[in-house]
Design a protein around this ligand. Structure first.
Ligand SMILES: Cc1cc2nc3c(=O)[nH]c(=O)nc-3n(C[C@H](O)[C@H](O)[C@H](O)COP(=O)(O)O)c2cc1C
Length: 331
């Protein structure tokens, strides 16, 4: 199907500092979601840059093995972005230097957006948006000490001017790019992302700006790129259990055509590959297998039936047996 071909946007390479990124569709960092196997699948399907789950700067300093392992990657995932969070310029810089030493990522991202109480109660994540001076100190210190380019991920503030002020400050202090999730801290994940703020930030800044929030399919990806004029888009929740979304969006942006594919067999094949990669990287014990299977089958026809059969499955093969049976009738 050919749609809106007059708006076809070819896959546009991005540059963050001196780093060339082959396209402009990014996978959002998501705690307990964007582990290495999942990121590899998103890359395979066209995500141009992937970030690790957020890593606590304090935990890195205390050499917490579980936290540090969140940065594990492999050659197929280059360029690699690792995200950190914290509340002190000193700790965050020491942690970033340690991460540089262990993983040599191409980018380190700083989390100024997470609204979870677990972070904000300690003044981390989006709580920092209330302290522009501290944001400045954090970025300045990182900028003075790191050789790795770093990026910042923020949420918007209720007030446009204050949001712009923070964005300018982040640029001035030395960040190489900024991602803006068009929701406030108070909104958490409710309401709609406000891309008007994102557009304004893009108009005013010189560093690359990446739009984030509510990009869920081909059309919303295209509309967000066009409306905001941003250098790239970042996709979070819609990609959970659905790495193939990157192929669909890339295909649409490059050709103006919706990709014709068999949803049911695609999802099952992806789930199999994902479970295989979890085994390969010895990460199966770190995830809830049934929850992951539910994510990978979200939005499929016969949803209630699928959810029940996954919940009742006794082993992984049970899950695939019932999915394949359902698929026979669906396609
Ligand atoms: C389960 C989950 C975990 C998340 N973890 C992180 C994180 O570790 N770091 C971060 O900056 N944002 C995190 N986010 C926010 C996403 O990166 C993204 O900004 C947000 O979901 C909005 O994008 P979306 O509408 O495409 O989902 C998380 C979101 C979800 C749903």
């Amino acid at each position: 199907m050919l749609l809106n071909s007059q708006y076809t946007i070819n896959k546009i390479p991005m540059k963050i500092a001196d780093l060339k990124i082959p396209g402009n569709i990014l996978l959002a960092p998501m705690s307990n979601v964007t582990n290495l196997p999942f990121r590899l699948m998103c890359r395979k399907y066209g995500a141009s840059l992937t970030y690790s789950e957020m890593i606590s700067a304090d935990a890195v300093i205390y050499e917490n093995e579980k936290s540090i392992k969140r940065g594990i990657s492999c050659d197929d995932e280059r360029p690699l972005g690792i995200q950190i969070f914290g509340n002190s310029p000193e700790t965050m810089t020491t942690a970033a230097l340690r991460i540089e030493e262990i993983y040599q990522p191409e980018i380190i991202d700083v989390n100024f957006g997470c609204p979870a109480k677990l972070l904000t109660k300690d003044g981390c994540g989006s709580a920092l948006l209330k302290s522009p001076e501290l944001i400045h100190e954090i970025i300045k210190k990182l900028s003075d000490n790191l050789s790795t380019p770093f990026t910042a991920k923020i949420r918007i503030l209720p007030d446009m001017d204050k949001t712009l002020e923070i964005a300018h400050l982040i640029e001035r202090a030395g960040a190489s790019a900024i991602t803006v999730h068009g929701r406030t801290q108070q909104q958490q994940y409710s309401g709609k992302a406000n891309h008007e703020y994102v557009r304004k930030i893009k108009q005013e800044l010189n560093i690359p700006v990446i739009a984030n929030g509510d990009i869920v399919d081909e059309i919303s990806a295209q509309q967000t790129l066009e409306y905001t004029g941003c250098d790239g888009i970042m996709i979070g929740r819609a990609a959970m259990g659905n790495p193939f979304l990157f192929r669909r969006i890339s295909h649409f942006l490059e050709t103006g055509e919706m990709l014709d594919y068999r949803q049911c067999s695609q999802r099952i094949a992806d789930l199999r590959e994902y479970f295989g990669l979890l085994e390969e990287y010895d990460l199966a014990p770190t995830v809830h297998i049934k929850a992951q299977a539910q994510w990978f089958t979200r939005g499929m026809r016969n949803g209630r039936h699928i959810r029940r059969s996954i919940a009742e499955a006794k082993c992984v093969e049970d899950i695939f047996e019932s999915l394949e049976e359902m698929c026979k009738h669906a396609e």
